[in-house]
Design a protein around this ligand. Structure first.
Ligand SMILES: *Cc1c(COP(=O)(O)O)cnc(C)c1O
Length: 347
């Protein structure tokens, strides 16, 4: 790996007491190019501009996928990443759907580790903060014809982050737009999925919600995901979440929460969940909690569901399951609880 370090660190420009989410990018990036059918040498360089021209394939045809993960400053000052192999696996699963060549595991892990070591001072120390890691993979030939690229670039940028949502969110049960269709790319972290969601989200925000609760493409009758999070409900003491499919992203937070809930003896169901079931559970007082699950927000309690012209209030108890799993995951991530699952990888 070839490493070129910066002579002009931007670390002092970051307000670590007011991090927000995703704005300040760290000093260095990792990059590797796929050419002539093989990956070249990994490079670490100061953050800067791309050298490619505007024929860049990814900008025209969107062969582009990404990951989102975090490195945590543990209580003893060391740094650890949460389940990084799962992100590597998923990057390649997303890439395979977009006909992008696989990134070898060593390239992914070594690039990630070296980059975090070099920018270790960018890993924040405040409560609920982390260094957000954004590995991504895009088509980097330069031509304008609708066929797959021959060259690809794998890169990683990082950004110190605080909490995404500090309060419970209100979500709108989407009745018009669709995020993902059967046979499509909803299960992949493909760039276009997010661009395609912005309009629906903007409309929901204009109506007073924070996010869209996506429903199925055919009838908008089944619940699928909450914005860029997986969604779960507590109905009569059972944790229910939509079963994975072509249309649902296989979240690592979702998986980890299901593991913990099952260990705690909480009944878990992964299945289809109709809008009608949740609306009637809410009306009968059987819907105890609803929450989103994802790396950015960890667990995001939902305290309101918008359906047609109605907003249903949902309890968001401080001593409920959402807060319990959030605390348990934090304890593992910041090194306060024993990592019995082997989820943390030390830098
Ligand atoms: C990234 C993402 C999630 C959450 O996945 P995590 O691995 O838990 O971060 C859920 N849904 C969508 C659509 C996503 O893009």
């Amino acid at each position: 790996m070839k490493v070129t370090t910066t002579t002009d660190s931007r670390l002092s420009t970051i307000d670590f007491n007011n991090l927000g989410f995703g704005a300040g990018l760290s000093d260095h990036i990792f990059m590797c190019e796929f050419k002539d059918g093989k990956w070249g040498e990994g490079l670490i360089q100061p953050y800067g501009s791309l050298k490619q021209g505007l024929g860049l394939h990814a900008l025209h045809y969107g062969q582009a996928v990404f990951e989102g993960q975090k490195a945590y400053r543990q209580d003893d000052g060391s740094i650890a990443i949460f389940r990084p192999e799962r992100n590597w696996e998923r990057l390649n699963k997303s890439g395979a759907r977009m006909l992008i060549p696989e990134v070898p595991k060593e390239l992914f892990m070594e690039g990630l580790m070296e980059l975090i070591r070099l920018d270790a001072e960018w890993v924040p120390r405040g409560a609920n903060t982390a260094l957000y890691l954004r590995p991504f993979l895009f088509s980097s030939s330069e031509f304008v014809a609708a066929r797959p690229s021959e060259e690809y670039t794998f890169a990683i940028v990082t950004s110190p982050v605080g909490e995404l949502y500090t309060k419970p969110v209100k979500v709108k049960i989407e009745q018009h737009f669709t995020r993902a269709a059967q046979g499509g790319v909803g299960f992949a972290k493909a760039a276009g999925n997010y661009g395609g969601a912005f309009l629906a989200t903007r409309k929901a925000v204009e109506e007073g919600f924070q996010q869209v609760l996506w429903t199925d493409h055919a009838d908008h009758a089944y619940l699928e995901e909450a914005g860029t999070m997986n969604v779960a409900f507590v109905v009569d003491g059972t944790l229910v979440t939509p079963a994975l499919s072509d249309r649902i992203l296989d979240g690592i937070t979702r998986d980890s929460i299901l593991v913990l809930a099952r260990e705690w003896g909480i009944p878990v169901e992964e299945r289809r969940i109709s809008v009608e079931e949740i609306v009637s559970a809410s009306k009968n007082g059987r819907l105890h909690e609803a929450f989103g699950m994802g790396t950015a927000a960890v667990v995001s309690p939902i305290d309101g569901l918008g359906y047609h012209d109605e907003i249903m209030a949902i309890p968001a108890p401080m001593d409920g399951l959402a807060m319990r799993v959030k605390q348990a995951l934090s304890d593992i991530r910041y090194g306060r609880a024993t990592d019995t699952h082997g989820w943390m990888t030390k830098i």
